[in-house]
Write a protein that binds this ligand. Structure first.
Ligand SMILES: Cc1cc2nc3c(=O)[nH]c(=O)nc-3n(C[C@H](O)[C@H](O)[C@H](O)COP(=O)(O)OP(=O)(O)OC[C@H]3O[C@@H](n4cnc5c(N)ncnc54)[C@H](O)[C@@H]3O)c2cc1C
Ligand code: SF4
Ligand code: SF4
Length: 399
């Protein structure tokens, strides 16, 4: 089955990464749909050459691991050099960040040491703090100002053309699907590997549509125009979801209150079929490490890191020497399975889900080096058929 961007958008396999805007020179813009997703608009507004480049990199079409020689490998966690507990050396960075501040600390260190000239990542839109936008941070302070997880729609790769056009080495901090697209783009644009020299990922359970954030406002009877702050987590680990209004009122929910009802997560379709939520195209991926997969309270902030490349290993070692990162003990793949049981279950279900997509005429994501078939063989036939039928029903609704 051959993909076009219009088909990918029509079947809801677009995650809204923003590459469509970057590769069309901004002619096609990322726009918020009524369902609360960022999508390229118009989805059929590309030249033949742009379309050809896009379908080779779009996360709705393709996902590929970036693997270096000499790594260990695990069927679920992929190729890695080391796995360890880690957190930011600066207690304030650690406190403000989503988890332990590893990604912020590594981004700041990469700038501090001149390894890169800027960091492409995302942060709250100052005009509309519930929404997110791509950010180019040229200073460690700027990286720190956009610390924390943004659970709603974000399009970090809408900034990719601006980043590459600078002709300077840069780091990117983004979701695994975004970094997969960056890696695939490197096949057609040699500037990607030349300039985008550090790639840092957050391990990702799924991106909610904006409706998830809107539900928080509805609960507090607030309008989006009233907002001065919408912080999804951080200021503790996991920290509260904090909302502040322009007239100084404050509201909050705990992380467990925010996520207790899975029916209200309103996660993007692509996330249900995500073949790499673990950052296999990253130099370093950072995760939460709550036993069993959910917090039981607040703590000081502990990330699990998966170091996948020599560049990632070098950056981590340098940050540790500088005191900007602290390493705890090593983590085994078995421990990571316990920290992220939802990721293990999804990986094992994907082969069946892809079969279900194909049954209903929706082109599955083409995966390279992600072991989807191997992991799919772990499912017993009854479970496989259940996942396949569920995906087929879901896909039928997408037409
Ligand atoms: C949508 C989403 C789902 C997640 N699901 C899981 C999960 O299932 N399991 C798990 O272990 N961890 C998950 N996380 C990751 C977790 O919340 C932390 O981000 C991660 O542990 C890194 O922590 P940190 O303290 O090092 O990050 P920080 O130091 O706070 O840095 C976060 C960095 O990520 C960037 N960023 C934030 N949100 C986004 C976004 N939506 N897209 C692109 N870049 C972004 C920011 O710009 C910032 O630079 C998820 C995060 C997000 C945004
Ligand atoms: S996932 Fe990215 S590249 Fe693919 S259609 Fe959506 S915005 Fe475009
Ligand atoms: S689950 Fe996968 S597709 Fe969804 S936002 Fe995370 S990395 Fe992207």
């Amino acid at each position: 089955m051959k993909h076009t961007i219009a088909q990918i958008v029509a079947t809801d396999m677009c995650i809204g990464c923003g590459l469509c805007e970057a590769l069309s020179g901004g002619r096609v813009k990322m726009a918020m749909t009524s369902a609360g997703s960022l999508r390229p608009s118009p989805a059929d507004g590309f030249t033949a050459r742009e379309e050809a480049l896009l379908v080779e990199a779009c996360p709705g079409a393709v996902a590929e691991a970036r693997v270096e020689d000499g790594n260990s490998t695990d069927p679920v966690w992929g190729a890695f050099r080391s796995m360890a507990r880690a957190w930011a050396g600066d207690p304030d960075v650690r406190y403000e960040a989503a988890t332990g501040g590893v990604l912020t600390a590594l981004g700041m260190h990469a700038l501090d040491t001149g390894r890169v000239d800027f960091v492409l990542h995302v942060g709250a839109d100052p005009q509309q703090p519930m929404r997110s936008r791509w950010v180019i941070s040229e200073t460690p302070e700027s990286v720190r100002a956009s610390t924390g997880s943004r659970y709603g729609p974000t399009a970090p790769l809408a900034g990719m053309a601006a980043a590459l056009d600078r002709g300077q080495p840069f780091a990117i901090i983004a979701k695994p699907c975004d970094l997969g697209a960056v890696h695939s783009l490197s096949r057609s644009d040699p500037r990607v590997d030349e300039l985008c020299t550090l790639r840092l990922a957050l391990v990702c359970g799924g991106q909610s549509r904006l409706s998830k954030s809107q539900a928080v406002l509805d609960e507090f009877d607030l309008d989006e125009d009233d907002l001065a702050l919408f912080r999804y987590r951080g200021h503790g680990n996991p920290g509260p979801t904090a909302v502040e209004t322009l007239d100084g009122r404050r509201f909050s929910k705990t992380y467990l209150e925010l996520w207790e009802d899975e029916a209200g997560w309103d996660v993007e379709t692509r996330c249900k079929f995500c073949p790499d939520a673990l950052g296999e195209a990253a130099d370093v991926a950072a995760a939460d490490i709550w036993p069993g997969g959910a917090p039981t309270g607040e703590d000081e902030g502990f990330n699990g890191i998966i170091v996948r490349t020599a560049a990632g290993e070098e950056l981590v070692a340098s940050a540790v020497t500088a005191g900007e990162l602290v390493l705890g003990g090593p983590i085994t793949t078995g421990e990571f399975d316990d920290f992220q049981p939802h990721q293990v279950r999804k990986k094992e279900a994907l082969a069946a889900r892809y079969q279900g997509l194909a049954d209903s005429g929706v082109a599955p994501i083409e995966t390279r080096g992600l072991r989807i078939e191997e992991l799919g063989r772990r499912l017993d036939p009854e479970h496989f058929d259940h996942e396949r039928a569920g995906a087929s029903r879901r896909a039928a609704r997408l037409h």
